[in-house]
Design a protein around this ligand. Structure first.
Ligand code: NDP
Ligand SMILES: CC[C@](O)(C(C)=O)C(=O)O
Ligand code: MG
Ligand code: MG
Length: 337
């Protein structure tokens, strides 16, 4: 391991348990952090605007809810878990006027700090506790007595306690059960954006849709194409997840393994690698963040168009029908109280 990793024994839960924590936002990450912190003995309040759809969910779980400004004024630690695009305005309108020296501002992702969209004063701690998994999994693991690994980073250490407090918070959501890996806002932001754009979300979705299109345009049944290009992807990725690419290759047939070595590099070739480097360059230069914030400021015209087009892709209708035959597959997302 080259990175520093911290576990439960390195984290003093009493630090965060002695603070008042405001969690702004109650979505995927917000609900997981808030409920697990409360279960760990921390006093938590949720910050949501009047009229927010999430207010009822938080209140049903017995959490106290105020406006982002009210809970920011009350809290010692403010964890900002609203959408990345909303954070600049929440910070300027609701958090900044309520900061006092010695308070801490926490993030679950570094984008707004990395690109200077939020510039906190020097007399507060600024840190990150970023679970490496979706919020619903973070909560489920915590409830099961386990945890999802987290990244921790400190951008400003005004009190001299910022890392200790971040580790304490990470322990409160189960992160140090699995391991808290130390990083920086720059490294977390750039690698997270690259991973989701080039590989995990952008790369994988494009690969699946394009494979499905090639098979169906060649006259193969969409149901068969769906199984081959989407459904079985999980089975293959599960093997990689459990034991790396080598474990996956151990389990597949020699025919598949030969096709993997001889054809895979033709799909993801030097041109694709160059494009990945360009994507990384746009992230590093700030071009992507500027583009995404202007898209959001303009009411998300491209985002909404792409979302609608992708939802109408034939693979979605085929998948809906096939998942109806597999009762164990189409699970609704549920909150874990
Ligand atoms: N999704 C994930 O698993 C991961 C997310 N992250 C990071 O965590 C942060 C939160 O993301 P995520 O959990 O996906 O967010 P979600 O989109 O799931 O939830 C956003 C929450 O913020 C609320 N909200 C919206 N606008 C405001 C506002 N102006 N003031 C206060 N609350 C508001 C929403 O309420 P309403 O119901 O009214 O819309 C909702 O409760 C981001 O920084 C993200 O990058 C990091 C790792 C993984
Ligand atoms: C992979 C997407 C992600 O980065 C995540 C769940 O970690 C996100 O921003 O949602
Ligand atoms: Mg991520
Ligand atoms: Mg991300």
């Amino acid at each position: 391991m080259t990175a520093e990793v911290y576990y439960d024994d390195d984290a003093d839960l009493s630090l965060v348990a002695g603070k008042k924590v405001a969690v702004i936002g109650y979505g995927s990450q917000g609900h997981a952090h808030a409920l697990s912190l409360r279960d760990s003995g921390v006093e938590v309040r949720i910050g949501l605007p009047e009229g927010s759809k999430s207010r009822a969910k938080a209140q049903e779980q017995g959490l106290e809810v105020g406006t982002p400004a009210e809970v920011s004024a009350w809290a010692d630690v403010i964890m900002l878990l609203a959408p990345d695009t909303a954070q600049r305005k929440i910070y300027a309108d609701d958090i900044a006027p309520n900061l006092k020296p010695g308070k801490a501002l926490f993030f679950g992702h570094g984008l707004n700090i990395r690109y200077g969209l939020i510039e906190p004063p020097a007399d507060i701690d600024v840190a990150m506790v970023a679970p490496k998994g979706p919020g619903h999994l973070v909560r489920r693991q915590f409830v099961d007595g386990k945890g999802v690994p987290v990244l921790v980073a400190v951008e400003q250490d005004a009190t001299g306690q910022a890392l200790a407090l971040a580790l304490s918070y990470a322990r409160g959501i189960g992160g140090t059960r699995a391991g808290a890996i130390k990083t920086t806002f720059k490294e977390e932001t750039e690698t997270d954006l690259f991973g989701e754009q080039a590989v995990l979300c952008g790369g994988a979705s494009a690969l699946v849709q394009t494979g499905f299109e090639v098979l169906t345009e060649a006259g193969y049944a969409p149901e068969i194409a769906y199984f081959e290009c989407l459904h079985e992807l999980k089975l293959i990725v599960d093997l990689m997840y459990e034991g790396g690419i080598a474990r996956m290759r151990y389990s597949i047939s020699d025919t598949a393994e030969y096709g993997d070595y001889s054809r895979g590099p033709r799909v993801v070739d030097a041109r694709v690698k160059d494009e990945m480097r360009k994507i990384l360059g746009e992230i590093q230069s700030g071009e992507f963040a500027r583009e995404w914030m202007s898209e959001d400021d303009a009411g998300r015209p491209n985002f909404n168009k792409w979302r609608a087009e992708s939802a109408a892709h034939p693979i979605e209708e085929t998948g809906k029908q096939l998942r109806g035959m597999m009762s164990w597959v189409d699970r609704p997302i549920t909150e874990t109280a």
